[in-house]
Design a protein around this ligand. Structure first.
Ligand code: COA
Length: 168
């Protein structure tokens, strides 16, 4: 039997708001790195969504975290994800599925993206159970109220949160 081998897809996109990036996102990216030689982290610039960190701040933190990873790139994007993917020659979108409640939203988004561009494939990655509850909002809320963030965000993020919430 002839097997039609297509070249391995070189670049996968991992999109999100990353306000801020957490160890849950990093867990997904590290898993993605094992599957794809290049990962493009796409940071959503959404004027309608108020963020704690500016787009530049979010990108700076991610660049700092992945500075030793030659296969990881970071860029801002706005507008349609499928359009950004097309411009960046990527057809794979990586998403994490943390809990059952993520499923409906992710399912709709994957189908919508497929509808907008039939070339796009979404790969779902199962995160580590220890990050299944994590979200950027919870991190911000817990920190703002004096909570500790042990093993939930990298040091660079905790330092930035300190500057936003606790530095006088
Ligand atoms: N670990 C920890 N937290 C995670 C996580 C993980 N693995 N995956 C997601 N989260 C958290 C995020 O921190 C975020 O938390 P918050 O709501 O408290 O801020 C929440 O889950 C949702 O994050 P995410 O799923 O990344 O959504 P988003 O709104 O940040 O980004 C986009 C979603 C960018 C992928 C989507 O809005 C998009 O593609 N927009 C472009 C417009 C477009 O193309 N629309 C048509 C497509 S349907």
């Amino acid at each position: 039997m002839m097997i039609n081998r297509k070249p391995v897809e070189k670049r996968a996109i991992y999109p999100g708001s990353f306000d801020p990036i957490t160890n849950g996102h990093i867990d997904i990216i590290l898993r993605g790195e094992k599957l794809f030689p290049r990962i493009l982290i796409a940071v959503l610039e959404n004027p309608k969504k108020e963020t704690l960190f500016t787009t530049s701040e979010r990108i700076e933190m991610i660049r700092e975290i992945f500075k030793g990873h030659s296969g990881v790139e970071v860029k801002a994007f706005h507008g349609l994800l499928v359009e950004f993917a097309r411009k960046n020659h990527a057809r794979i979108v990586i998403r994490g599925l943390r809990v059952v409640s993520d499923f409906e939203y992710e399912f709709q988004m994957a189908l919508m993206n497929k509808n907008l561009n039939s070339q796009i494939e979404t790969f779902f990655v199962m995160p580590s159970a220890k990050y299944a509850f994590l979200s950027s909002s919870l991190v911000k809320e817990a920190y703002a109220l004096g909570g500790r963030l042990d093993d939930l965000v990298p040091d660079v993020v905790e330092k930035r949160l300190y500057e936003k919430f606790r530095k006088t």
